[in-house]
Design a protein around this ligand. Sequence first.
Ligand code: HEC
Length: 149
Amino acid sequence: MHRAVFATTLILLTPAICAGALSIEAAIEQRQAAFKAMKDDVKRIKDALRVKEPADIVAAAGEPAAQLVTNSKSLVGTFVAGSDQGDTRAKKKIWKNWADFEARQNALISGAEQLLAASATGSQADLKTAFKALARNCKGCHRRYRQIF
Ligand code: HEC
């Protein structure tokens, strides 16, 4: 039994070490930093949603939307196996439902790309529609895969 657990641990850790992938601790730190940055980006988009002039909307939303694209992409590869352990709120369930989690992660990237495209139009209606879709995905994924405390 113990030997089996040890062997499983080795199998989980070995690719991370050999392939130059992130260690569990580094992966957790990187994804939490990306999420924190995205929270700030979202705040700035919310401010942009109150702006009236099309040119001002483009100016206010363009940068945070571009950052959302970069930050959402930087999450890829940070949910390494075993990283439900440690200083993290990621639920074990992520790895049991990997296809669903990955689909949500990809939807986050495409949602951010759509937000960026919307921000360039200067249309408040377009920005709002794209932002709502993005925010729905944030909430849905947290409800399912992030521990409350
Ligand atoms: C694919 C699922 C998923 C999506 C989509 C998602 N999150 Fe998260 N988020 C998580 C998980 C899981 C954690 C817990 C990460 C950890 O603690 O290791 C988290 C953590 C966070 C945190 C806390 C970071 C910290 O530790 O300080 C913030 C803030 C956050 N997310 C914001 C967002 C925002 C804003 C969006 C949408 C723009 C978003 N998330 C979209 C899964 C997701």
